[in-house]
Structures are given as C-alpha cells and as structure tokens.
Design a protein around this ligand. Structure first.
Ligand SMILES: NC(=O)c1ccc[n+]([C@@H]2O[C@H](COP(=O)([O-])OP(=O)(O)OC[C@H]3O[C@@H](n4cnc5c(N)ncnc54)[C@H](O)[C@@H]3O)[C@@H](O)[C@H]2O)c1
Length: 369
C-alpha cells in the first residue's frame, strides 16, 4: 500500500483582493497537496469574509506572530501591501516557514539582503510571486531561447501599457515610496520585465527616463528604459499606468525567429506567436509551436512549482538570485532615470543611495521634495 505524502500546512497573511483571488484558487487547485490551516488580517471583516469563502477549518488571527507561534505552518502566502513584505517574510522565515510573497518582494535591495540573511539563518526559503514565468508558453519560449533553437537573441521590446484611474490611487498605500516602493516600475511593469529578464538572462546596463504625467503621486506614473543584456541583446522597456488601450507585450527578435507574447493580465499558449526568418525551413518552425498541454500563467502554476521544491527541500524557483536580479533592475532603472546616467549590474551596493530606497533621496523624487 502506497503512503500518501503529508499535505503542506499553509497560512495566508493579508486576505484582500489577491489572496481571495489568485491565492485561494491556487490553494483549491492543489488541495491534494496543501491544507489551508490559518488566515491573518488586521481587518476582521475581511478576515471573516475570506474564511467564509475558504470554506471552514481555517483558523483566524489578527497577528502574524500569534499565528506563527500556534500554527507553525510549512508555507506562508503573503498578500499584504508591499511595505509589510520584508518584516512579515523575515518573521515567517524565522519561524521556519517557507514563504511565497506577492510582488514586489520588498521595497529595496537593502530589504532584499535582509531577507536573504534570514533565509541563511533559518534554512527556509522565500519566493516572490511572478506568475507569468510559470505558464507553459513562457516555459517553452525560455527553453527554446536557452537551447539556441531560435538563434541568438538580438533585440527585444517589453511593454506594460495599463490604465489606472484616480480612484485607484486614492487607496492610501498606492503611489508612495514608503508603502508601494514606486509606481508602475515596481507595481505593474515588474511582471513583464521580470519575464523579459527570465527569457533573456543577465542584464548588464540600463539607461532610463521616468515621469509623473497624470497622477498626483510621489512616484512615477510612466517609466521607459533601454537595456543591454550579457548575451549582447538590446531591449526597450515601457511601464505605464496612463495608457487607455491596455496591453502587456513582449517581443524578442532572435536571429532565426521572432517570438511575441500579447496578453493583459495572464497568458496561455495561444498568446504566443512565432515567426520564422525567411531562410528557416517550415518544418523546423513548426517544432517551435508551444506544446498542446496548456498551463495558463497563474498563481496555481507557481504554487505547483513551489510545492515541488518544498516536498524535495530544494531552493524554489523565484527565490534567491532570481528574485534579487529583478529588484536590482528596478533600482537601476530608477537610478538611471533620476540621475540621467547608465547604470551597470552590480554597481548598486551598500552605501549607494539607491540601495537603501528606490528614490535614492533624489531632490525631485524623494517624499521630502
Ligand atoms: N501577482 C499579481 O498579479 C498581483 C495582483 C494584484 C496585487 N498583487 C500584490 O498583492 C499585494 C496585495 O495587494 P491587494 O490588491 O490584494 O491589496 P488589498 O488591499 O486588497 O489586500 C491587502 C490586505 O492586507 C491586509 N493587511 C494590512 N496590514 C496587515 C497586517 N499587518 N497583517 C495582516 N494583514 C494586513 C489588509 O487589511 C488587506 O485585507 C500587493 O503587494 C500587490 O502588489 C499582486
């Protein structure tokens, strides 16, 4: 008789929009591998509504520390506002729990390095939610590019042109450096350029611009960047919340094919299109098509790979250097935009103002302006 592995005991911290949507769906989809044992929120009405939706057997807490002491969960899913992510991730790691935390994982490289130190002390791991890496279309495209099957990557475009109205920015934690960490660079476009970096590998240099064009926010509502990659490819990145026709796009021109992803908040196989260069035989191009098994990009797909790692005790995807490089890209974009200089990978180290905070204390961009 085969022995079923024990289900992972999971707690949710922050029971708002993303916890009630993406995380609850993911927990339901993996109910054979996880047991939701607890939920935490300082807002008792939201907590009660979430527990009602989750369907019984979920203990409620108003304090993370209290929940960790009693429940000792295997995995903590964090869906609170960004300013709480570092402190809550470090607390969960210190209790020996693994963490899957919403993006952005934290507000600065300094905060990231505190999380990395907590990982080392505890032996547990913290991953950041970037669900678009885990859909079958992205996994397939990354494999093709990494194996050189599309030829050398040459030029890429990464576009997050979204629209957010004034009511959206009336929520107190949005648009402020100390609570959201930045504008669309940190909060919206980060999904798309995280996927671009995942597809193309190490970036080496960023030049950028940022502006406040529409919203009365501390941080930007548009940013644009030019990026050089270690493999020689050049890319443009646009992060906007002022664009009436909303779309999320990535286009990578390799020597033998162009691969294009067009979606809004999530992709499946049909969102990926491959166009062969004229010299490529059709039968070779046919092999590039994404395989039939269609895994949409989703919290469900990412939770699955985190559970695989948890069951094996291995560092999960989306943690460690993979999480840091995307955050470092955000810091580099801000530094490049605000100072008008090129910023190289690795240069934002302790002592650099952009290591401690994304606005770098810049006179026109810091909250003290
Ligand atoms: N991956 C995605 O596609 C995606 C989409 C939307 C939001 N997000 C991210 O999810 C996070 C939450 O966003 P949201 O839209 O769900 O916000 P939200 O305001 O709807 O939910 C946040 C919840 O956290 C609770 N909270 C606040 N302080 C707390 C504390 N100290 N302890 C416990 N709970 C506390 C609030 O009461 C609220 O219920 C943000 O980091 C956001 O960037 C990710």
């Amino acid at each position: 008789m085969s022995v079923q592995p024990r289900r992972a005991r999971v707690a949710v911290v922050g029971t708002g929009a993303i916890a009630s949507g993406g995380h609850l769906s993911a927990l339901r989809a993996h109910s054979d591998r996880v047991e939701l044992v607890a939920a935490v929120d300082v807002d008792t009405e939201r907590l009660a509504a979430f527990r009602g939706r989750a369907g019984g057997g979920v203990a409620g807490y108003t304090s993370l520390g209290g929940m960790l002491d009693v429940e000792r969960p295997d995995l903590v899913l964090i869906g609170t506002p960004p300013a709480l992510h570092r402190e809550q991730t470090v607390a969960a790691l210190a209790a020996g729990s693994w963490v899957l935390c919403e993006k952005p994982l934290c507000l600065s490289l300094a905060e990231y390095d505190a999380i990395a130190a907590a990982e080392r002390d505890s032996g547990a791991y913290a991953s950041v939610v970037f669900q678009h890496r885990y859909g079958s279309g992205a996994v397939h495209a990354r494999g093709l590019i990494a194996r050189g099957e599309l030829g050398a990557p040459l030029v890429a475009h990464c576009q997050t042109t979204w629209h957010r109205d004034h009511a959206y920015y009336a929520v107190p934690w949005r648009g402020r450096w100390d609570t959201e960490g930045g504008g669309p660079t940190m909060g919206h476009g980060i999904h798309q350029y995280d996927l671009l970096l995942h597809l193309l590998g190490d970036w080496t240099e960023v030049r950028a611009m940022a502006s406040r064009l529409v919203h009365d926010t501390e941080s930007e509502d548009v940013s644009t960047a030019l990026v050089r990659f270690a493999n020689g490819a050049l890319a443009t990145v646009v992060n906007s919340v002022v664009s009436p026709h909303e779309v999320s796009r990535i286009r990578v021109d390799c020597a033998e094919a162009t691969v294009e992803l067009t979606h809004l908040y999530g992709h499946s196989n049909d969102n990926w299109v491959y166009t062969a260069a004229p010299h490529v035989p059709p039968q070779r191009a046919a092999a590039w098509r994404t395989p039939d098994a269609d895994v949409p990009s989703s919290h469900t797909a990412q939770l699955g790979v985190v559970l695989d790692a948890l069951e094996r005790g291995l560092r999960p995807p989306g943690s460690g250097d993979e999480a840091r490089t995307t955050l470092e890209f955000a810091a580099a974009l801000y530094k490049a935009a605000f100072l008008g200089t090129a910023v190289r990978a690795g240069e934002i180290a302790p002592g650099d103002p952009y290591y401690a905070v994304m606005h770098g204390g810049h006179s026109e961009w810091s909250p003290a302006r």
